[in-house]
Ligand binder design. Structure first.
Ligand SMILES: C[S@@+](CC[C@H](N)C(=O)[O-])C[C@H]1O[C@@H](n2cnc3c(N)ncnc32)[C@H](O)[C@@H]1O
Length: 244
């Protein structure tokens, strides 16, 4: 029997999801950064700044940025880890990674860049001081496998940071739905000539586990002291956990 999963609101065979997600990110890569600023009115920068502060990267740290895309987190981590550190920008999607790699080169913060699937990380056990994934987990087919992999590559005492869209505070749900299902696809059409990818974005956010469910998933993957911070009334949340 074929196992199925969600791609936005559609139910699809598990093996199809990775290809559908790939199509979305090949399509949006060139306009990804400008769309992020438009869609969130710049808020994604605040959420990432909070994540970077919570990561507390110090000189010499080894950091893995999973689903790093166009490299916002990697860029900050590379500056903090300095020349004695090691920051890897990784993603499953070549188009996104190419934009990220070029951007980091242009900013004078070149980092090793690697095409890889979060569900099969090509790194040894107990290697990284920090592992981050920003707005990536939602797109993964087997989130439990990916979270276990993230824990595996962390050193004992290392920290995982998961920044993701989450469940918004109930009184804001109606206006947020109107924004997500009307304004977002319209912006996607106008700016990136791609309404579909931004409809997927809105749907995939609704299908993603809420704050408490994701906390439990991280605990089930073996992470400890798991906690979360709601950002902008739960539009996004930062979950952190430690490998002991
Ligand atoms: C919304 S973008 C986030 C990019 C960046 N982290 C940021 O916050 O701006 C989501 C990224 O997740 C990547 N992705 C999806 N599934 C993945 C997987 N299984 N392994 C690694 N990356 C994945 C996509 O290719 C895409 O670049």
């Amino acid at each position: 029997m074929t196992n199925t999963t969600h791609f936005g609101y559609q139910t699809v065979p598990e093996e199809d999801k990775v290809h559908k997600v790939a199509e979305v990110f090949h399509s949006v890569a060139a306009k990804y950064d400008i769309m992020n600023d438009f869609m969130s009115a710049g808020l994604h920068r605040v959420w990432k700044a909070f994540t970077i502060a919570q990561a507390g990267v110090r000189p010499g740290f080894k950091v893995l940025d999973i689903a790093g895309g166009t490299g916002d987190l990697s860029k900050a981590f590379a500056r903090q880890a300095g020349p004695t550190g090691e920051v890897w920008l990784t993603d499953i999607n070549e188009s996104m990674l190419r934009v990220g790699r070029d951007r980091l080169l242009n900013k004078g913060t070149p980092t090793p860049t690697l095409l890889c699937d979060a569900e099969k990380l090509p790194f040894p056990d107990n290697y990284f001081d920090r592992v981050s994934v920003a707005f990536g987990l939602r797109n993964m087919t087997h989130k439990d496998v990916a979270l276990s992999e993230m824990r595996r590559v962390l050193k004992p005492g290392g920290k995982l940071l998961v920044l993701e869209f989450s469940k918004v505070w109930e009184p804001l749900k109606k206006p947020y739905d109107v924004y997500s299902f009307s304004v977002l696809p319209w912006l996607g059409k106008k700016i990136a000539n791609d309404a579909e990818s931004y409809r997927y974005l809105a749907e995939s956010i609704r299908m993603h586990p809420d704050q408490e469910t994701l906390k439990k998933m991280m605990e089930d993957a073996g992470l400890e002291r798991v906690q979360y911070h709601n950002l902008t009334a739960g539009v996004a949340a930062l979950h952190t956990g430690i490998k002991l």
